[in-house]
Design a protein around this ligand. Structure first.
Ligand code: COA
Length: 231
């Protein structure tokens, strides 16, 4: 199946995929019960027109996957909105898309720090293989427009209650001026993936509970993330 999948930079001829892509983004977020910054079909189409997106499709035109580039203040680039159609998952498509959009980002913005926010272990794994490492939110762009994008996420209240220092997502970053090799970050992920998985689970429990406490007035437990990530 994989051999027939084309992974390439999107262009203006791809805008007819935009609606399918945003519909699937929303459906996937709902199915996972996680949050997502919502994007309109127009926004996605614009990324295609600007050559700031990667699309995957079959030879017959069937849509397979997508990801796009955003640029933010302080020379930051985010590779956002990664999505693979459910019937094509778990066959390495996301990995190919992420590698292509990472290389495109490096070509277009060689000095920019590349970052992403994710709630998924699969994406953490893919990012680690590209040389990203987990960081605190303070190491990300402080561009207000970027954080405003989180307003449409169901977890926005949590982000705000934590003064934008943490939320359900794990932040990962690749700094072209100061980074480990992909081999090193891959090894680090392999060593720690079980811990990451547990921490993400704990985060859901603790942050979710804390939200209830804000409304219910019960005592606030100190988050374990405080000890692990020092915020
Ligand atoms: C996350 C998503 C993009 C992964 O796409 P995919 O094409 O299935 O991913 P790949 O096949 O390239 O898998 C990459 C690696 O992650 C692993 N993986 C895939 N799905 C996984 C999951 N749900 N849990 C844990 N690991 C997973 C794969 O086994 C693979 O590891 P390997 O190299 O050891 O084989 C896809 O599931 C999706 O579109 N989900 C909904 C949207 C989403 O969550 N986007 C991310 C927003 S940050």
């Amino acid at each position: 199946m994989e051999q027939n999948i084309n992974v390439r930079v999107a262009n203006s001829g791809d805008v007819h995929y935009a609606e399918t892509i945003t519909t699937e983004m929303e459906a996937s977020a709902k199915a996972r019960g996680t949050g997502i910054a919502k994007r309109s079909p127009e926004y996605i189409a614009n990324k295609m027109n600007e050559g700031k997106a990667v699309i995957a499709h079959l030879n017959d035109g069937t849509w397979v996957g997508f990801c796009y580039i955003e640029t933010w203040e302080g020379e930051y680039v985010a590779n956002s909105g990664l999505i693979v159609a459910p019937e094509f998952r778990k066959s390495g498509v996301a990995k190919q898309i992420k590698r292509r959009i990472f290389n495109l980002s490096r070509e277009k913005y060689p000095n920019a720090k590349i970052f992403g926010l994710t709630t998924g272990l699969a994406v953490m794994k893919i990012n680690s293989e590209l040389g990203y490492e987990p960081v605190t939110y303070s190491e990300l762009t402080q561009d207000e427009k970027f954080w405003a994008g989180c307003k449409s996420c169901v977890n926005y209240d949590i982000l705000m209650s934590k003064e934008r220092k943490n939320c359900m997502c794990t932040a990962m970053l690749y700094d072209p001026a100061d980074h480990y090799t992909p081999e090193e970050t891959t090894q680090e992920f392999e060593k720690k993936s079980k811990v990451y998985e547990r921490l993400m689970h704990i985060k859901q429990l603790v942050f979710g509970k804390k939200e209830k406490n804000i409304n219910g007035g019960a005592s606030k437990p100190k988050s374990l993330m405080h000890y692990f990530f020092g915020y």
